[in-house]
Design a protein around this ligand. Sequence first.
Ligand code: ZN
Length: 440
Amino acid sequence: MRGIVGFDLLRLDGYMAMETEELDGKLYVDTIITNPIIERCNCDAPDRVKHGKRVVHFRDHPIQRQETYLRITRQRYRCRNCGTILLEHLHHIDEKRRMTRRFLHQLAEDGIAMKFSMGGEINGVKESLVRRVFKEEAARRLSHYSFELPRVLGMDEKVLGGHPRFVIGDVEKRVLLDILISRKQTNLEEYFRQWEHSDRMKVEVITQDMHWPYKTLNETYFKGATVVIDKFHVLRYADFAVSEVRKSIQSKVDNEERIKLKNQIGLLRARPERLGIGDEFRLKTLFKRHPAIEQAVLFKEWFYDIYQCETRSEAEKAYDSWRELLPKELEHPFRKVLSYMREKRWRRLIFNYFDHKYTNAYVEATNNLLDEISRGGRGYDLQTLRAKALLKYGTKRLIDIYDFSIRLNDPDYDKIMNTMVGHGISLSTFEIDLRAGAFD
Ligand SMILES: [Zn+2]
């Protein structure tokens, strides 16, 4: 079916639609270039002659939900001087992708805003094309991704796809600032070198786990910051002690008792004060059968209580008494706590918590959710996840932040203004989207 176009159908500067033709369910719009500009060769006096025509097709926005192509008869020329074939220049068209730039841009935007499959559906293209376009666009926009270092910087690791990844956040604002593929020290050094010394000096507190390379990193790069060991990472090793004691008992008892103990793992993991009456009774019965477990739980709870102290000196005293009264037989199960608490290791940094009561708990819910999703077998590619989250709501273009009424006289003006600056990913929004599978 053919039709004559009587108005500016395309609204694309430099082109004019003349006719349309429907072929195999696709719409072809015969388009002319209104003011053709011909490419130049390098001759001082080019001698150009016509050299045939070629019909070319470029994908554009669907018209009435129909797959639409601009059909352009492109005039070719040849320079008689140098033999170069010269073409009419095609404005607003990406010749590599064979589509208009505005359509390409739409695919990239939809790739950011929605699931790739949906982006494909509404634009009438394959999901894989939306994904590819998104990846290219993300790489371009995020090649200079940066953010302002927060006052309280959270460093945490998360095992994703079998590898420990490095998660950086603003602890006070409870936002995620970046996810790095690895936390190998060399990578982190390179990463933090992007900030000037004076910017790094603005970081006052760093919360981290007990990963030794962080220590040297922070001593080098964040000289002005107080490092606080995340309290949940410390407490984890007190829980570990209880399960050690339970396991050693399990290995000595008969089958029936072993199964009973295994079934009560949850009971031992919970904080006793939060147990209901039924569970409390079950726990007491268990303690009667195994006083060694009761003792371990007692010392674990006492260790937890240290974190209730108001001041650092109170906490240090509380720990020292705990240590003094810890029975010999519990030293082995609590060996990790004892080791981390050594002066030469993390003691000072663990007690820094009492001067700056920050933890990495802000990112915990997201971590759990990521675990839940990986357990559910939904694999995702971390690079895509990061890029999509950052572009969707974790960044702003400089141009949107500063309203420059005078155009800077800089050849890189556009590049500078389009630089993406991070302001952090709100974890609650991130979680909602993760659950909805928005990053698929
Ligand atoms: Zn020439």
